[in-house]
Ligand binder design. Structure first.
Ligand SMILES: Cc1ncc(COP(=O)(O)O)c(C=O)c1O
Length: 321
């Protein structure tokens, strides 16, 4: 029996997320296991808890962040929730800049933790929010700590030390493929670096939207985006495009067939993972796993829960609940 964990702070609840085996959506690949790593089990409800906490702790350790400073960033999504949560838990003031047309629940969740929200021009979108952060910092540079998750090495390190290590501990004897989407790219960079240290090759597959105009919140179409400085194109073994429709449809299926109500980037990752499993099955390929070593295994990241998207973002599709 697994003992109930007793912890001193919500900070200690980050990581050690479970891997759940998918049973229905993988019906056409009966000899391959597909696991979803449930990152929504983190206290802030997403994979971004790991890098947000690590960026804060590393900066506290080396003095870039002190208790008199204010953490500032321009995110209304999962990273904003994570900063707000850990800011509250660790006694650090947090200020987030978001376009004023961001949905009310996005504003409310940040404010619930005591975060101060500054609004930028709704017509300028997320780029306007980034420019506004820079303006605010330029006025009083000594007041702020700007984590800059796209360029901060603590972001991939959180996944190298956490996500990657945990996957190896859980299924290191059998994992043949790892699948994660590219946003800041921290999850793929850190986890793949760790998995590539394994004695047997583990193929790390990066998921991107197949179109610049997409509804896979959290993911970037890198060919038409500013490439994050932490991204190294040599790290993933393969990059695959997934359509918005396939990501959304898989998210629906996961809710209805597996009891996993996840966001659409998770749907895209698991869509790609199931496709890999079906290809292995069709070819009778063991993904490099030696005979007698059990069933090959594909692990995909489930980034967050679907209820985070009840309030429409930049893509809307009618749900009938
Ligand atoms: C819902 C969701 N999916 C995927 C990602 C991508 O993760 P990463 O930034 O580590 O590339 C993010 C990151 O913001 C996210 O919020």
């Amino acid at each position: 029996m697994i003992r109930v964990r007793r912890i001193d702070s919500v900070v200690d609840a980050v990581g050690n997320t479970p891997l759940v085996r998918l049973r229905k959506v993988t019906s056409r690949a009966p000899d391959v296991d597909v696991y979803a790593k449930l990152e929504f089990a983190n206290p802030g409800g997403s994979v971004k808890d790991r890098p947000a906490l690590r960026m804060i702790l590393d900066a506290l350790r080396d003095g870039r962040l002190t208790r008199d400073k204010i953490l500032i960033d321009s995110t209304s999504g999962n990273t904003g929730v994570a900063y707000s949560l850990f800011g509250a838990a660790l006694g650090i003031r947090v200020r987030l800049v978001m376009p004023s047309n961001v949905s009310k629940p996005r504003k409310d969740i940040a404010r619930a933790f005591g975060t101060e929200v500054i609004f930028s021009d709704p017509l300028e979108g997320s780029d306007g929010a980034i420019l506004k952060v820079r303006e605010v910092i330029a006025e009083e540079p000594d007041v702020y700590f700007y984590p800059d998750q796209y360029a901060n090495p603590s972001n991939p390190l959180a996944h190298y030390d956490g996500t990657g290590r945990e996957i190896l501990e859980a299924v290191g004897d059998r994992i043949t493929h790892f699948v994660a989407g590219l946003g800041t790219t921290g999850t793929m960079m850190g986890t793949a670096r760790r998995l590539h240290e394994h004695t047997r090759p583990i193929r790390c597959v990066a998921v991107e939207p197949d179109d610049p105009l997409h509804g896979l919140e959290g993911l970037k179409h890198l060919a038409t985006s500013i490439v994050p400085p932490i991204f190294d194109a040599g790290v993933p073994d393969e990059r695959v495009g997934v359509s918005t429709e396939d990501g959304w449809d898989m998210a629906d299926r996961l809710a209805r067939e597996e009891g996993l109500h996840v966001g659409h980037s998770s749907g895209a990752n698991i869509f790609a993972a199931v496709r890999i499993a079906e290809e292995l099955q069709a070819k009778g390929d063991r993904g490099g796993l030696p005979a007698g070593a059990g069933r090959p295994c594909v692990v995909a990241i489930a980034c967050d829960r679907g209820d985070r998207y009840f309030a429409p973002l930049n893509w809307e599709r009618r749900y009938v609940w």
